[in-house]
Ligand binder design. Sequence first.
Ligand SMILES: Cc1cc2nc3c(=O)[nH]c(=O)nc-3n(C[C@H](O)[C@H](O)[C@H](O)COP(=O)(O)O)c2cc1C
Length: 143
Amino acid sequence: MIPKTLLFVSVSRLHPPGESEQLQAIVEQGRNRNRSLGINATLVAARGRFAEVLDGPEESLQTLMASIRADPRHEQVTTVLHQDYQAARPAGSGMELVYRGESLYIARSITPLLEATPADRDQAALAAQLLFLIRELGKGPDD
Ligand SMILES: Cc1cc2nc3c(=O)[nH]c(=O)nc-3n(C[C@H](O)[C@H](O)[C@H](O)COP(=O)(O)O)c2cc1C
């Protein structure tokens, strides 16, 4: 089966204090569940915005997205890209938080996608740019 890539953006409902610990808990629990689903997730969090790339089998992505959409820890969960897996290397499986901080650049790469409609001509280009950015942030020193 051809693996798929899904990119979603959302607005965080986590607030300090405790935000960092709650985010860590999401990643630790998510890592185990993703492994069992054969999914690799790459998450970024900037200025109250989330963006996550999910790579894995379509059925697993649908199962996980049903949980993610119902999660009260964020809102405005918007899928902005869903395509065949095209990265250079096969994804591992698990979950990694590759950025958490106050980057305006990253936040501004996410915010317009929360408001765009799928019919928006710029939406696809913005989503492709955000995917590229998250892939870059996820690269290790040897990639
Ligand atoms: C921004 C964000 C990203 C998440 N990413 C994942 C993920 O990659 N894998 C995962 O298992 N849960 C992830 N979660 C948690 C899920 O929404 C959900 O709580 C968890 O999968 C348990 O699902 P359940 O409540 O249906 O049992 C994420 C939550 C948030 C807020």
